[in-house]
Design a protein around this ligand. Structure first.
Ligand code: FPP
Length: 259
């Protein structure tokens, strides 16, 4: 079934992607690793556009992990350069397409020019509500949880919060982008089945999909295939199949206030 004819109830609202395999893609072609990252960036553009065409509301991309800082200097600086390039070159398109760009992670570690490009893109798109592109940069999920815990402890220390009041909703409201619903689908390219410290809190009930192809080869067709695979699954959220099929199941709260 073409995606355009798919029941819109079955379309995920939020897809998170671990864009793995740039290095292997390049090595298989006898190229340097950075050539793989450049091809990866071209594919980011393709998948962001495809998401818009498909009406996807939230897309989160794992662009740079906390662990990636340990990579060779030349690779880190190329990745920062590509990010800046993307944020500068594609900003106009994002603004006109109603895409709000946000970054999550320990952004204070970014080089000043990258930080400036990130801040500029967030500022220029802050009023957009149609679609959301979230870039995980200098991101680690354990660090995000630690940062949330620090925020809670600060509120308790100020006397604004009673520790007994802390529940999953309040905890989630201290994560980096608390208004963003949890991902319905998490895709990893490059054929691995690891979560790699990505959105550990938020993927509690996400469906996982591993694509065998490397990120630069994960094009629109492969993206649509992942969505169709997701659409064919039964999400149970811990209930029985019969309960899930009764139509009354709702995902456990992700902390986003109900409208
Ligand atoms: C993993 O491949 C990919 C990354 C560490 C970086 C992802 C970055 C991009 C796709 C380009 C820029 C992105 C944006 C959003 C502008 P890997 O190098 O770990 O591959 P390997 O496992 O084959 O070595």
């Amino acid at each position: 079934m073409p995606l355009t004819e798919m029941d819109s109830d079955r379309m995920p609202n939020h897809i998170a992607v671990i864009m793995d395999g740039n290095g292997r893609w390049a090595e298989a072609r006898g190229l340097e690793r950075n050539a793989g990252h450049r091809a990866g960036l071209e594919n980011v553009r393709e998948i962001v556009r495809a998401s818009g065409d498909l009406g996807l509301k939230y897309l989160t991309l794992y662009a740079f992990s906390s662990e990636n800082w340990e990579r060779p200097k030349g690779e880190v600086s190329e990745l920062m350069h590509l990010l800046e390039h993307f944020l500068e070159e594609d900003l106009e398109e994002a603004v006109s397409q109603g895409v709000r760009i946000r970054a999550v992670g320990r952004l204070d570690r970014l080089p000043p020019s990258t930080r400036t490009a990130v801040d500029k893109a967030m500022q220029a798109t802050r009023r957009n509500t149609e679609r959301h592109l979230i870039l995980a940069l200098s991101y680690g999920a354990r660090a995000e949880i630690v940062d949330a815990a620090r925020g809670l402890v600060r509120s308790v220390a100020r006397g604004d919060l009673d520790p007994e009041q802390i529940d999953e909703k309040i905890f989630a409201s201290h994560l980096y982008v608390p208004d963003v619903p949890d991902p319905d689908l998490m895709i990893r390219t490059g054929g691995e089945y690891r979560v790699s410290n990505f959105l550990l809190w938020q993927i509690a009930y996400s469906e996982l999909y591993s694509a065998p192809v490397m990120w630069p080869d994960f094009h629109r067709a492969e993206f649509e295939e992942a969505i169709l695979d997701y659409a064919g699954r039964e999400r149970r959220f811990g209930l029985t199949g019969a309960q899930a099929r009764s139509g009354s199941v709702k995902p456990p709260s992700d902390g986003v206030p109900e409208k």
